[in-house]
Each structure stands twice: as C-alpha cells, then as structure tokens.
Design a protein around this ligand. Structure first.
Ligand SMILES: Nc1nc2c(ncn2[C@@H]2O[C@H](COP(=O)(O)OP(=O)(O)OP(=O)(O)O)[C@@H](O)[C@H]2O)c(=O)[nH]1
Ligand SMILES: [Mg+2]
Length: 202
C-alpha cells in the first residue's frame, strides 16, 4: 500500500528549536508520544520508506525536530519522545523548551499525531499532552499502536475505552488502531493526514 503524497517524503532538516525550523508556511503534521511508542516506525510505514526516520530499541533515539518534506507546501515532523527519563514531571519541562515552543507557536502545524502503545494508553504524560493541546486548540489524532501485540478483542476494548474518554474530555482528539508491523490502520491514518494537509485525493 502506498499513498502518492507521502511516498514522496524526503528528509529536509533537523532543528533543535523553533528558531532553527524551516520557514513557517504551508501544512505540517507532527508525530509525538512517549519514547519508544513507535513514532519513527509509523512515519516510515506511512511514507512507504524503510528508513526515512531512524528507529531504535533504545528509547530517546529521536532528539531533534526532524522535518520530512512532501512537497513545497507540506511536511511531516518527527518529534523526540517524552517520558523515558522520569514520570510525573510536567511535559513541557521534560521536553526541551524549544519543542514546547514549536508546538505552541508554529503556524504551519495543523495537527498532532499522538502515538500511544495500545497495551498501555493514556499514561500521565499522554494525558498532559491531551490537556495541553486542548488548551492551545491543536487537533490531535491518536494512533493506538503496536496493535499487532493485542488480540482482536483487547484491541477493540482499548480503542473503545479511549474513544469514550476522548468524547467526554477531549473533543479535539480522535483515535484509531495502528500497527507499523502489519500495516493495520494505514488507510485511516492517511485520511486524517490528508484532511490536515488539505490534500485532495484524485
Ligand atoms: N510489534 C511492533 N513493534 C513496533 C511497532 N512500531 C514500532 N515498534 C518497535 O518499537 C521500537 C521503537 O520504535 P520507534 O519507531 O523507534 O519509536 P519512537 O517513538 O520513534 O522512539 P523515540 O525516537 O525514542 O522517541 C522499535 O523496536 C520498533 O521496531 C509496531 O507497530 N508493532
Ligand atoms: Mg523516534
């Protein structure tokens, strides 16, 4: 399975903070989530490329704001993971201040893909991310990932439970099941990206 827009992705640049980011124009979707949740893996599957974003078994692999350009107007952005150092720390403090600034001030940023391991979604820092994005009005789409590690029943229960919470407390967020391993949920994820990227499928 391929998508004509995302398969064109090429590495553009890495920035430590907002002031080093490319010009703030067009459409961007960033991938956030706990370290090791599978952000970089999802980016590779969504762009049909084996090693566009670097993946690793070692948490904390991604340390900069990494831009992957799709066309002159659009980019996907791989963000460093949070939560591998300490729990119960304010997510803004835990992350580099530059990263918080990128999320709060970037005009091109149209939506955040929030990756959560389907086996333990809604960890304290995930909840903080949902609170924060709600506060600043940034739309979120949760990928409940590593769905291949769950039974069909466990997966639908996890999704149902999450959707209930989102409906109640986080109307700016939607959710789906996803697996980079067996490519489950790819079409649904592309549909959401297309919407944020203002991309009309021909
Ligand atoms: N079974 C399974 N493993 C996955 C899946 N997605 C990622 N992984 C594995 O999980 C580990 C972490 O994946 P990454 O994509 O590097 O995670 P990340 O969120 O980018 O991590 P950081 O950059 O450290 O924040 C790797 O060993 C991947 O192979 C999935 O859908 N299913
Ligand atoms: Mg990564």
């Amino acid at each position: 399975m391929q998508h004509p827009l995302y398969q064109k992705a090429t590495y553009l640049k890495s920035a430590p903070n907002l002031s080093h980011c490319p010009e703030d124009i067009g459409y961007e979707v960033a991938f956030a989530g706990r370290s090791n949740a599978g952000k970089s893996s999802a980016l590779n599957v969504l762009t049909s490329q084996k090693s566009l974003a670097r993946t690793s078994k070692t948490p904390g692999r991604t340390q900069m704001i990494n831009f992957f350009q799709l066309d002159e107007q659009r980019s996907l952005v791989d963000l460093p993971g949070y939560g591998f150092a300490k729990v119960n720390v304010n997510v803004k403090k835990l992350w580099e201040a530059g990263l918080a600034e990128y999320i709060e001030k970037r005009d091109a940023l149209k939506g955040l893909v929030l990756m959560m391991d389907g086996r333990h979604p809604l960890q304290p820092l995930d909840v903080m991310m949902l609170d924060w994005t709600k506060e600043i009005g940034l739309p979120v789409h949760v990928l409940l990932t590593k769905a291949d590690k769950l039974s069909k029943n466990q997966a639908s229960q996890a999704l149902f439970g999450l959707q209930k919470t989102l409906k109640q407390d986080y109307p700016h967020a939607s959710a789906q099941l996803f697996s980079s391993l067996n490519k489950q949920g790819l079409d649904q994820a592309w549909l959401k990206l297309d919407e944020w990227m203002a991309f009309e499928r021909g």
